[in-house]
Design a protein around this ligand. Structure first.
Ligand code: BEZ
Length: 222
């Protein structure tokens, strides 16, 4: 039985799990940080190795944003510990500073709907897909992405989305296509014209369009 699909804004359920750094209670482990939980099909697989090594290199970037990374793979703690040595060696990393959950019984994979029915292992069991959950300090789900096992994730993109999530939760803007930290933003459609001077004292630019509607309102990043 798989779990209920989680939507953005849902409370992310707590869980306990064995990991490469011991048993954790997810909420206690998060403390007041955000978390990125990302899943993998299996240990000692090539794409997963590149992904875990990339995240290990990006730990300072996640820390700067107050986000704690945690991986999940459907193998045991002993297997994870052996694999971590390969991951470190692959990218010549001196340390590996985040936990890997040992979901060898696929309990969390089922609970969080991470199984990919099209990717079957040698025993005929479905593998986990590459799920990404970004959870905020209130334990709310802020982002979820599902990739197939055959496509490695772009973690620069995930950092970019986290930047957008953290900016747009406090400012009356949304971030446009391909936005990057420091780039121009769009004024939220819900902002009334009379509130613009108060919210955007430096003014905004409104792009004229054939419809005559004034919805393309651009501001430097607040
Ligand atoms: C990999 O990590 O390389 C991989 C794992 C399962 C299926 C396909 C690729």
């Amino acid at each position: 039985m798989s779990g209920k699909a989680l939507n953005i804004g849902d409370q992310f359920p707590n869980f306990t799990a064995d990991t490469s750094v011991g048993q954790i209670d997810f909420y206690d482990w998060m403390q007041d940080s955000w978390a990125i939980l990302f899943s993998h099909p299996a240990d000692f697989t090539p794409v997963c190795t590149t992904e875990l090594s990339r995240v290990a290199a990006l730990v300072p970037e996640f820390q700067r944003r107050g986000v704690k990374p945690i991986a999940l793979s459907c193998d045991t703690v002993a297997s994870h510990k052996g694999w971590i040595e390969d991951i470190k060696s692959f990218d010549k990393l001196s340390s590996f500073d985040y936990p890997i959950i040992a979901d060898d019984k696929r309990e969390l994979a089922l609970k969080f709907n991470m199984l990919d029915k099209d990717e079957i292992n040698a025993e005929g069991i479905p593998l986990t897909c590459r799920a990404v959950f970004v959870v905020d300090e209130k334990k709310k789900l802020r982002l979820s992405i599902l990739y197939p096992a055959t496509t490695g994730r772009n973690f620069d993109e995930i950092l970019r989305v986290i930047d957008s999530l953290q900016l747009t939760q406090t400012k009356s803007v949304a971030t446009p296509a391909d936005w990057k930290q420091g780039g121009k933003c769009m004024v939220l459609p819900t902002v009334k014209a009379e509130d613009i001077p108060k919210l955007f004292p430096d003014g905004i630019e409104t792009i004229e369009v054939p419809s005559g509607k004034s919805y393309l309102r651009i501001t430097p990043q607040p």
